[in-house]
Design a protein around this ligand. Structure first.
Ligand code: DUC
Ligand code: ZN
Ligand code: ZN
Length: 488
C-alpha cells in the first residue's frame, strides 16, 4: 500500500508567498506532504514544465439563481431560473478554467423570506461538481428575515450578506442597508455590496429614453463612473458609521477604487474586488452593430482602455485585492437571454451580466503575468488565496499546504490559446472574450485529490460538489471603532 494516493512531481509550485520546485503528496483528498521528492504514490502525475497553482476560488458567481424579476431594471414576469446555467454546467466551466470552488448567491424574492431559498439553493448546489459556499442576497430586510432567518443561515455556515444599491427590484435604501450592516455586525458576517446609485441611473435612463437613445451602448451612458464612485463612497461611509467590514464588488474604475484606498488608509475594513471584464472589455464593445452590443452588457459598465491601466495600478497597489468573474451569463439566442424582450428592446430591458467562470484565470494570468504586469505570486493571491481568506475558507481552500484540500490547477504558462465559446464549456451560447489570445492555460484541474479536468476534458460526476460551511473568522470582526465612540 502506497503512502500517497497521488504524487504531483516535478512542477513549480506557486503560492502567494513564492514559487518553488517541489513535489506534492495527496492522501484522502488533502495535501499530505510537500517535499523535494515524493515517489511512494499509487498514481504519479508529471508536472514537469508546469506551474502547480492552488485551484481558483471565484467568490462572485451567479449560478442557477431563481428569480421573480431578473436582472433588468424594469419589473419582469416571475420566472424560475435566471438563465440556462446550472451547477453542473457551471462546474464543467469552472474546471475547464482551473477553478475548483465558488461563492455564489441565494436569492431573496421581495415579499418573501430567505430560509426556503437557502434550502432550495443548497439542493441545487449539491447537484454539481464544484465546491460551493453562499452569499445571501438581502433585497427585503424585514425583521423576520434579519432577526429570525439570518441567524439560522449563519448557523448553517452562510457568512456573507449581499446587498444591491441599485437594480429593480433588489436595491436597498440607505436605511435598509444600515439595518443589514447592523445584522451582519451582530452575527459576524461580511457584507458584499453592488455600488451604483439607483436614483441617478433611473434619472439618466429616463432622459436617454426620452431622447430616443435606446441601443445597448446607452447602457454605459446611463451609469457613468460618478454613479459608481458616489455609491462606493456612501457604502463605505455607512459601513464605517456602523463599524461593519464590507467588500465592494466589481470595481470598474479608478474613481471608485480611490474611495476604497482612502478608507483603507483610515484603517476601515473595506476590500475591493474587480473582474476580468474591467481590464479587457470597453463601453465601445456595446456599440457593435445591431444587437451584438448586448453580449458585453454588465454592470457596472466596462469603461475604456485607459481605465484598464488604472485598474491594473489599483491591483498592484493592493487596493483591489480579489479578481472574481461575476459570472452571470445570458445566452444571445433563445427566449431566456439577452433578447428576451426582443432584438429592438431598449437597453434597460436587456438582462445584465456576462459569463466568465472559465475565462477568469487565463485572462488574468495572460494579461497580468504573461504581459509582465503582476508576479505569479500576485496572480495566486488575487484569484485564489485572497478570496479564500476574505470568505473565511482559508486555508482549506486557496492554499498549498499540508491539511488543505488538494485543489490544484496544473498550468502551462507558455501555452497560447485563442478563446472560443466551446472552450468555456458553459451553458451560455457565447463568450464576450471570443477571439482573445491568451498565453497560459490550465491543462489539469484537481478537486479534492481527484482529476476533474485533463486537456480540456471534464471528467467529474454530477453530485460530488460539496457545500462549504463558513465559521466565524477574524477578517470580518468589527474594529471596535465608531464615530464619537457611539455604536448601536
Ligand atoms: N451585475 C451584477 O451586479 N450582477 C449580475 C450581473 C451584472 O452585470
Ligand atoms: Zn453586482
Ligand atoms: Zn454579480
Amino acid at each position: 500500500m502506497s503512502t500517497y494516493d497521488i504524487a504531483i512531481r516535478g512542477g513549480q509550485v506557486a503560492t502567494s508567498f513564492g514559487v518553488t520546485r517541489c513535489d506534492i503528496g495527496i492522501r484522502d483528498g488533502r495535501i499530505a506532504a510537500i517535499a523535494e521528492s515524493i515517489s511512494d504514490a499509487a498514481q504519479v502525475i508529471d508536472a514537469g514544465g508546469l506551474l502547480v497553482l492552488p485551484g481558483g476560488v471565484d467568490s462572485h458567481c451567479h449560478i442557477e439563481e431563481t428569480s421573480r424579476g431578473g436582472y433588468t431594471m424594469s419589473d419582469g414576469e416571475p420566472q424560475v431560473t435566471v438563465n440556462e446555467e446550472s451547477f453542473v454546467t457551471a462546474s464543467a466551466s469552472a474546471f475547464a478554467g482551473g477553478t475548483t470552488s465558488v461563492v455564489c448567491f441565494i436569492p431573496q424574492w421581495k415579499g418573501f423570506g430567505v430560509w426556503e431559498r437557502y434550502v432550495d439553493a443548497r439542493k441545487r448546489g449539491e447537484t454539481g461538481m464544484l465546491d460551493f459556499a453562499f452569499h445571501q442576497i438581502i433585497s427585503d430586510p424585514t425583521d423576520t428575515v434579519l432577526k429570525d432567518e439570518v441567524p439560522k443561515l449563519v448557523a448553517e455556515g452562510v457568512r456573507s450578506l449581499k446587498v444591491f444599491l441599485t437594480y429593480e427590484p433588489l436595491h436597498l435604501s440607505d436605511a435598509e442597508y444600515i439595518k443589514v450592516l447592523l445584522t451582519a455586525r451582530e452575527h459576524g458576517c461580511l457584507v458584499t455590496v453592488h455600488c451604483e446609485n439607483y436614483d441617478a441611473i433611473g434619472w439618466r435612463t429616463r432622459a436617454l429614453l426620452d431622447a430616443g437613445l435606446t441601443g445597448p451602448k446607452y447602457h454605459a451612458w446611463s451609469r457613468p463612473r460618478v454613479v459608481e464612485r458616489e455609491a462606493t463612497h456612501r457604502a463605505i461611509a455607512l459601513a464605517e458609521l456602523v463599524d461593519q467590514p464590507i467588500q465592494v464588488f466589481h470595481v470598474s474604475c479608478e474613481d471608485a477604487a480611490e474611495e476604497i484606498a482612502r478608507a483603507q488608509a483610515r484603517g476601515v475594513k473595506v476590500w475591493g474586488e474587480t473582474c476580468p471584464q474591467y481590464v479587457t472589455l470597453t463601453a465601445a464593445d456595446m456599440d457593435r452593430p445591431g444587437f451584438e452590443g448586448a453580449k458585453f452588457m454588465c454592470s457596472p459598465s466596462p469603461r475604456d482602455t485607459a481605465e484598464h491601466a488604472r485598474i491594473w495600478e489599483m491591483i498592484r497597489r493592493g487596493t483591489l485585492d480579489v479578481v472574481s468573474s461575476d459570472h452571470c451569463g445570458f445566452s444571445y439566442e433563445g427566449t431566456k437571454g439577452k433578447g428576451s424582450s426582443g432584438r429592438d428592446a431598449s437597453f434597460e430591458k436587456i438582462p445584465n451580466g456576462i459569463p466568465g467562470l472559465a475565462a477568469r484565470l487565463p485572462i488574468i494570468f495572460s494579461e497580468g503575468v504573461s504581459k509582465g504586469r503582476i508576479s505569479i505570486e500576485k496572480f495566486v493571491e488575487l484569484t485564489s488565496t485572497n478570496p479564500a481568506r476574505l470568505m473565511g475558507l482559508y486555508p482549506r481552500k486557496g492554499a498549498i499546504q499540508p491539511g488543505a484540500d488538494a485543489d490544484l490547477a496544473l498550468w502551462d504558462p507558455k501555452k497560447k490559446v485563442t478563446i472560443t465559446n466551446a472552450l468555456m464549456q458553459h451553458a451560455i451560447d457565447y463568450t464576450p472574450y471570443e477571439g482573445l489570445e491568451v498565453t497560459g492555460w490550465p491543462v489539469t484541474t484537481i478537486r479534492r485529490g481527484e482529476v476533474v479536468m485533463r486537456d480540456g476534458k471534464v471528467q467529474a460526476e454530477p453530485g460530488t460538489g460539496r457545500f462549504l460551511p463558513r465559521g466565524p473568522y477574524d477578517m470580518v470582526k468589527p474594529r471596535g471603532i465608531t464615530p464619537e465612540g457611539f455604536g448601536a
